[in-house]
Structures are given as C-alpha cells and as structure tokens.
Design a protein around this ligand. Structure first.
Ligand code: PHE
Length: 469
C-alpha cells in the first residue's frame, strides 16, 4: 500500500491505517475506556513536575509576573494550537509519532518522529532524577520529618549515589506500569490523586496567605516588570515551558490521541487539559512565592532551579510541626503521583514507537526502553549541572523544534486537518478552525523560529555551568 493512498484514507472518515495493513488491529494497541479516562491520562501527563518545579523556578529566574504573562500568551498562541495539531495527527492516523508521519504521506517528516523519541528519552532521564528527590522527601516526611536545614540536606542528596538509587527506583516503577499497560490502574490513581493534589495545593495557597511577609511574594509573582516582557530569553523560556508543561512537541499527546475514539471533541478536551494544567501551575505559584518571601529564602531560589520546591517549601512545612509533616507528606506523595503519570507518557512515546514501528511486544519494549533511560539518567543523577543542560536543551531546542515540525506538517502537508478536528466537535467550531490552520501555517512557524534562536542563549548558559562547575 502506498503512503499516499494510506494518507488519504487516514484523513478520511474510516480509520484505515497501516495498523490494519500490518495485521495489528487498533484493539491490539489499546484504547481508552472512556472520554474521562483519556482526559485523566492527558491531564496526568500534563500536570507534573513541570507545574510545581519548573514553572515556579522559571518564574523566579525570569523576574516574576512578566514571565507568567508571557507564559499565558504562549499557551494560547502556541500551546493549544499545537496540542490540536498533535490530536489531529494522532487520532487521524491511529498511530504513534513515527508512524503517524510515515503513514499519512509524510515520509520526509519521519526524522521528527525520531526527534520525539530522543526528546522523550532525554526528558525522562532527568525527570526521573527529580522524581527521585520527590520520593525521598515523601519518605522523609513520613518516617523522620523534614530536615531542620533543608538547604544542606538537599545539597547532600541531590546528586551522587542516593540520587541514583532513588532515580532507579522511580524508573522501575514507571517501567512496571507501562509494561502492564495498566491504564486502569494509572487511570484510577489519577482520578483519585489529581483532584486531591488540586485541593491540597489550593489549601496550601490559603495557608501561605496567612504567613506574615507573604505580601512581597505576591507582588513579585503578580506585579509585572514590564521590561522583562521584551527580554528574548524570557520569551523563549515561556514558550519552552508552555510545551513542557502541556507535554507538547514530542508526540506524547499525539500518542495518547491515537488511542482515542472519533466521537470525542478535540477542542473541548484540549481546553480542559490546558485549563487544568495552568490552574495547577498558577496555584503552585500562589503557594511557593509567599512562602519564599515569608521565610526570606530568595537567595536559595535565585541560586538554583530547585530552591523553591525542595528548600523553601520543606522549610515552611518544618515550621508547622506535626501538622506540617502530615500536609508535607501528602503533598510530596501527590506530587510523586503527578510525576509518575507524566513519566508514563514520556516512556510511552518510546515504547509505542517500538511497538508500532518495530513490532516489539509491549513488555520487552517497556523493559528495554526503560533500562536505557535509566542508564542515561545516571548522568544527571551524578551531576545536577548535567540535569540543567538536559533541561535547557529539551525545553529551549527540542520541544520548540518538534512543535515547529508539527505546525508545518499539520498546517501544510497533512490532509484535511480541519475535518479531523471538527469531527466530534460542536458545529460552531469550524469557523475557528480556519484561524487555527492559519496560525499553524504562518504565525506559529515564524514565532517558533524566533523562539529557537532566542533559546540558544539559555542552552549556552547551562553548558557553561556544566563545564565551569
Ligand atoms: N508535562 C509534564 C510536566 O509538566 C512533563 C512532560 C513533558 C510529560 C513532555 C510528557 C511530555 O511535568
């Protein structure tokens, strides 16, 4: 079957894809039980360390409210449109990223599929190290309480053997879940823990408001420094964060959408996911900034990317005695679950590619890919500067580059993207989709090229730190 015929079919009404041609029915690939299941999994993928670790640290690093404003702009201008592009390509072809390009007439675009796999491996490798720290804090809160000097404590556990151990344990957990394909288990966990996480963070935000000295935190977080709005590195960081936090630009949501049925409304699901994701990030800021300023921890935050979550917050918990220990334990456990549901989607990009393209069974694919990622992760576990480089390279380069590929491909090459998105959506949506396509074709590529150019500075800085330190 030629690619062209296949592509025409896959963009049409019936989902006849290479999956059938190769004797692999969509049922073999798995499918969501319900619309709710998909939303929970996608929200689970989006909500993670990006919201509670990356968003606050970037906000702190880039001058506060101006970053938040740019971030919201990037969510609307690039995030949601690219998300719809991933959805259209994934659901339309019923395949994971490499196959989605290959079998919809885009053979030459397949390198982007490989880029997605490389990005998934790189992000998961350092993501797992941070999730290891989170596990460590959760365990400490339960068994021994938060350390009295979180800064020294963090320094002693962030890299080296303990960090490696916790990273490997976290990867083992992710492998087991992806291997079982137990969407049900993870769906169930997400359904319980995501709302709990939300309630907890909202509760913490209320608590943070009662701290004396919190006002300075709010003004830092919410009163924009206008000159930062034009700072190229801030703009690039905001765009990278929009992709990172929404799990975009590397085929994670594309892959999830490939397990989706045609009666779901892609714009509606996209809106729900983006709103939930931004809501959690914004609330996390309402917790972290008041705490930082109330405890006078600005220096700890300014110096490193981890200060807010791993130093300032534990310090706040520790000051609350037993109650703080309980809340802190629940907080870090919920955060760990959020990290697990995101990590699963990262590994799934690699695993689904092995399954769809190389006919590997799910089990060996999960184990092989997982072990590979675990080995790569030993480097950021040994050296936090390496972690910084991997974070900067993926956020500033790989994700925007992947997004550029998706915008150009769905905008110019993919057949009938508007029909695909309109399917299952409310009739009035069509009008907006013309604007969406225009955005993908013209505005997004221009913005993304600029963002890539501006993001190189951040990568250079991270590399200089790696070499210098
Ligand atoms: N969105 C996740 C988070 O915010 C991270 C992630 C990035 C997951 C890319 C999948 C793909 O933590």
């Amino acid at each position: 079957m030629s690619d062209d015929i296949d592509g025409a079919e896959s963009a049409g009404a019936g989902r006849v894809t290479a999956a059938d041609a190769e004797g692999q029915t969509p049922a073999d690939r798995g499918a969501w039980n319900s619309r709710f299941g998909f939303i929970m999994a996608a929200v689970g993928s989006a909500v993670g360390l990006g919201n509670m670790w990356r968003f606050p640290y970037l906000t702190a690093e880039h001058g506060g409210a101006a970053f938040v404003i740019l971030y919201v702009g990037m969510l609307v201008l690039l995030g949601i449109p690219i998300m719809l592009a991933e959805f259209a390509l994934g659901r339309g072809t019923g395949l994971s990223s490499i196959g989605a390009f290959k079998r919809s007439g885009g053979k030459r675009w397949v390198p982007f599929g490989y880029l997605f796999v490389v990005t998934g491996i790189t992000i998961l490798a350092f993501y797992s190290v941070i999730a290891g720290w989170v596990s460590r804090y959760a365990i400490a809160a339960i068994f021994s309480g938060f350390p009295s000097d979180p800064s020294a404590h963090f320094g002693s556990m962030a890299s080296g053997l303990p960090a490696m151990g916790f990273h490997l344990a976290f990867m083992a957990m992710v492998i087991v879940i992806v291997m079982g394909g137990v969407e049900k288990g993870i769906e169930r966990a997400s359904v319980l823990m995501m709302p709990l996480l939300f309630v907890l963070i909202a509760g913490l935000a209320v608590w943070a408001a009662t701290l004396s000295g919190s006002g300075a935190g709010y003004s830092f977080y919410l009163a924009p420094n206008v000159s930062e709005l034009l700072n190229p590195s801030t703009i690039a960081a905001a765009a990278g964060q929009a992709f990172f936090s929404l799990s975009l630009g590397m085929g994670a949501l594309l892959t999830f959408a490939s397990y989706l049925s045609r009666d779901s409304s892609l714009p509606r699901e996209g809106g729900t996911i983006a709103t939930a994701d931004f809501g959690v990030a914004f609330l996390a800021g309402l917790v972290i900034f008041p705490v930082i300023f109330a405890f006078g921890l600005q220096d700890a935050v300014g110096e490193s990317t981890v200060g807010a979550l791993f130093i300032a917050l534990p310090e706040g918990f520790a000051s609350l005695g037993v109650a703080g220990r309980v809340v802190g334990a629940v907080f870090f456990i919920a955060l760990l679950i959020a990290a697990v549901t995101s990590a699963i989607s990262l590994l799934e990009v690699v695993v689904s590619a092995l399954i769809d393209e190389w006919d590997v069974q799910r089990k060996p694919a999960s184990i092989g890919a997982g072990i590979f990622v675990a080995l790569v992760g030993l480097w950021p576990a040994a050296d936090t500067n390496a972690l910084g480089v991997m974070d900067a390279v993926t956020g500033n380069i790989f994700l925007p580059l992947g997004a550029l590929g998706l915008a150009l491909y769905v905008g110019w090459v993919y057949k009938n993207p508007i029909d695909e998105v309109a399917m299952g959506a409310a009739p009035g949506v069509r009008r907006w989709l013309k604007g969406w396509l225009w955005l993908l074709r013209f505005l997004a590529p221009v913005l993304l090229v600029a963002i890539l150019a501006m993001g190189i500075g951040g990568v250079r800085e991270a590399i200089a730190e790696l070499i210098g330190g």
